[in-house]
Design a protein around this ligand. Sequence first.
Ligand SMILES: Cc1cc2nc3c(=O)[nH]c(=O)nc-3n(C[C@H](O)[C@H](O)[C@H](O)COP(=O)(O)O)c2cc1C
Length: 395
Amino acid sequence: MALRLTTAGESHGPTEVAIVDGMIAGLGLSAVDLDRALARRQVGQGRGARQRIEQDRATILSGVRNGFTTGAPIALVVENVDHASWTEAMSAAPVDPADAGRLEAIAGRAIRRLRPGHADYAGAVKYGHRDIRDVLERASARETVMRVAAGGVAMALLRRAGVDLTSHVVAIGGIAASARWESLDDLRSRAEASAVRCADPTAAAEMVARIDAAGKAGDSLGGVVEVIATGIPVGLGTYAQWDRRLDGRLAQAVMSIPAIKGVEFGLGFKQADLAGSEVHDVFLPGFQRPTNNAGGLEGGVTNGQVLVVRAAMKPISTLRRPLDSVTFPDGEPQPAHFERADVCAVPAAGVVAEAMVAWVLADALLEKIGGDSASEFDAHLAATRSLWPVALPGA
Ligand SMILES: Cc1cc2nc3c(=O)[nH]c(=O)nc-3n(C[C@H](O)[C@H](O)[C@H](O)COP(=O)(O)O)c2cc1C
C-alpha cells in the first residue's frame, strides 16, 4: 500500500486526529478544501443535535507548507466542540480517589445499559470494560469525520489525475430514487440541493416525510448510497493476488464504515438473478462498451468505465423509544441506554463512502503511477497513458 491512514480520538474527547502518510510532495492542499467535505458530512434530514453543536473544521498540523504538501506525514485534527461539557469525564489524567467532583463527573456519564446494534456488549467483554462509555467513545461514528478529512487529501491527488467522484442517496427506509443526470456535476448539484442528498426530488420529499415520521415515533431508518467516480485510468488493482483486487479493497474500505452492511458494484446482487447475456458488457469497435453493468471493475481491475459502488446502511441503532436490553455486567432487564442520536444518517454516510472510495483510488493510483513529487507523478501518468491503445477513453 502506498498510502496509510491512522485515525485516533474519542467522540467526546478534545479532538479527532488523522495521520496521512505516503502522499506525494507538491500537491496543492488547503484546510478550506477539507472543510468543504466536512460540512457536507454534517448535514441531512434526520441528523441529531450533535451536528448543531459541532462546526467541523480541519487544522493541518504538518506535512503541508504554504499550500503544498511536502511529502512528510500530514497530521490533521478536528476539534470536538462538545468536549467542553465532558472535560472531567473524558480527562486522560489519573483519578484521585479523594477527588469527589471528578468521581461524580465520571459516574454521571457512565453507561450500564447495553445498546443493541452497537459494539457495547462485544467491546466491553473483549476489552474488559465495566463502563460501556469506554467502548462507545471510540466505536462512535464521530471517527468518520477524520475519514472525510483524509478523503479530502486523497481527492487532491485524484483531481490531479483527472478523476472526479461524488455520492448520492438512492434509497431511505425503502423509498427508492430513480435519478437521471447528465454529468457528474449535474448529479452533484442535484444531490447537494436536497435535504437528503438525493437527486430525485419526488423521492427526496417522500424520504424527508418518512424520516420525520420515524423521528416522531422514536424510531430510525437506514438506506442505500451510491458513489460514482469518473476518469479512472485502466489498470488500478490486479487480478494477480486476492488481497490486491481493487473490488475487494474498495468493499473492505466502504464496509468498514459504521452501520454499512452491504457493498455492491454496478448491477451488484441483481446479477445473480440474470442470464450471462443480460449481464456482461459487450465490446464494440474502438473498445466502446454500451453498458456498464460491471460498475467499472473486471477481475478486480479498473476497466476505464465509470466506477459505481453502492452501500447499504442499517437503521441507526440508538432509538429514542429504547429497545429491550439488559444491564452490564449483571444482565438485569432494562431498556437500552439512549444517548443523543441521529434518526437517519444515510446522507452523511454517502459523504463518508465517497471519502473511503477516494482513499482507495488514490492509494491504487499511487501504487500504479507512483512518484515522490507532483511533477514526477504527472510525468509517470503521461508515460503510462502513452502506452495505452489510442482509442481507450482518457488516452
Ligand atoms: C455518519 C454516521 C452517523 C451515525 N450516527 C449514529 C447515531 O447518531 N447513533 C447511532 O446509534 N448510530 C449511528 N451510526 C451508526 C453506528 O456508529 C454503528 O451502527 C455502530 O457503531 C455499530 O457498528 P455496526 O453497525 O457497523 O455494527 C452512524 C453511522 C454513520 C456512518
